[in-house]
Write a protein that binds this ligand. Structure first.
Ligand SMILES: C[S@@+](CC[C@H](N)C(=O)[O-])C[C@H]1O[C@@H](n2cnc3c(N)ncnc32)[C@H](O)[C@@H]1O
Length: 302
């Protein structure tokens, strides 16, 4: 595993990933997409981006490799970048195929990838944490002549217990005079930026918003745009207690650095609310979640 970071101007994210380092051993169990969805998502990435032998697929924020490990098992090459050494150690301890390479790197700085070599760039559940302008310029730099950029997102039931807990947590953060980081339009932002920029294959494409979901299995796009396509769905079973205990091990919530004490305070407040609004914290809750891929084909080298 290569360890280093780029030479961009901002201070490095590497080393500030303690939340993910701490979560690494339990991440898949607590927040993973699950063992059935992960290979299906990886297969969809391969199919949509038309990966062939020796192509290079680059995953940004590869985490524990729950999805990425299935991308290391083809005739193409795989490079996973992540700022958290802990997450990458968990990835490496899984069954990484011969063509898989992992590197510690901050995606908000120059990526340790040569110019013009990447056939597909894949982001799963990470883009909202990144500097979209920097990411867009790095994509254009590393992209080969025809490159597929794919963004994966989990959509939860907006009336389900997880989104209700999250909405209440955002309210508690706002009540403390802080602003949760918006996380809903990041894929539209970056795909629109790539589509509209010099790297776009054509200007005739019409962007399809991330919430305009196309029927399962249909890979459609208008011009250069891809999806959003539903590629997997599953029933998630859990408890409010489990969600809250995941939050309580963090220093930041909703992209805001709160510090451990304020985090605990917010979590306690949401817990008290949940007992009244949802029920006993330990009672089992079910909801359906679905995973979508959105993307764009671009021309590299711009
Ligand atoms: C929510 S996890 C998603 C992991 C994986 N992509 C998935 O869907 O299972 C986010 C991952 O992005 C990584 N990450 C966050 N900020 C990053 C940055 N600036 N550069 C590189 N990786 C980053 C974290 O370390 C973590 O492994």
């Amino acid at each position: 595993m290569w360890s280093g970071s780029g030479s961009g101007g901002r201070s490095s994210e590497v080393g500030r990933q303690s939340d993910f380092d701490r979560q690494a051993s339990s991440f898949d169990k607590r927040a993973g997409v699950g063992p059935e969805a992960a290979p299906v998502i990886a297969d969809s990435v391969v199919r949509i981006s038309e990966l062939c032998a020796r192509d290079l697929v680059l995953e940004i924020g590869s985490g524990t490799g729950e999805i990425g490990r299935f991308l290391t098992r083809g005739s193409w090459r795989y490079l996973g970048l992540d700022a958290s050494l802990g997450m990458l150690r968990a990835f490496r301890s899984s069954d990484v195929g011969d063509r898989g390479l992992l590197a510690v790197a901050d995606a908000d700085r120059d990526w340790p990838v040569p110019d013009g070599v990447v056939k597909a760039v894949f982001f799963s559940r990470v883009l909202h944490r990144l500097d979209v302008a920097c990411v867009a310029s790095q994509i254009r730099r590393v992209a080969q002549d025809r490159c597929c950029v794919l963004v994966g997102r989990v959509h939860r039931d907006p009336n389900g217990y997880k989104d209700r807990l999250r909405d209440r947590m955002h309210e508690a953060i706002v009540a403390r005079g802080l602003v949760p980081r918006p996380g809903r339009s990041e894929s539209r932002d970056i795909l629109g930026m790539l589509r509209g920029g010099a790297g776009a294959v054509s200007d005739a494409a019409v962007a399809i918003g991330p919430d305009d979901v196309i029927g399962s299995g249909d890979v459609v796009g208008s011009g250069d745009m891809i999806g959003p396509v539903d590629v997997a769905s599953w029933t998630s079973v859990g408890t409010c207690e489990k969600v809250l205990s995941g939050w309580s091990s963090k220093d930041s919530l909703a992209g805001v650095s709160l510090g451990a004490a304020m985090c605990r305070d917010v979590v306690d407040e949401v817990g008290r609310w949940a007992v009244d609004a949802i029920g006993p914290l330990g009672s089992e809750q079910c909801e359906t979640e679905r995973y979508t891929l959105s993307g764009v084909w671009i021309r590299g080298g711009s």
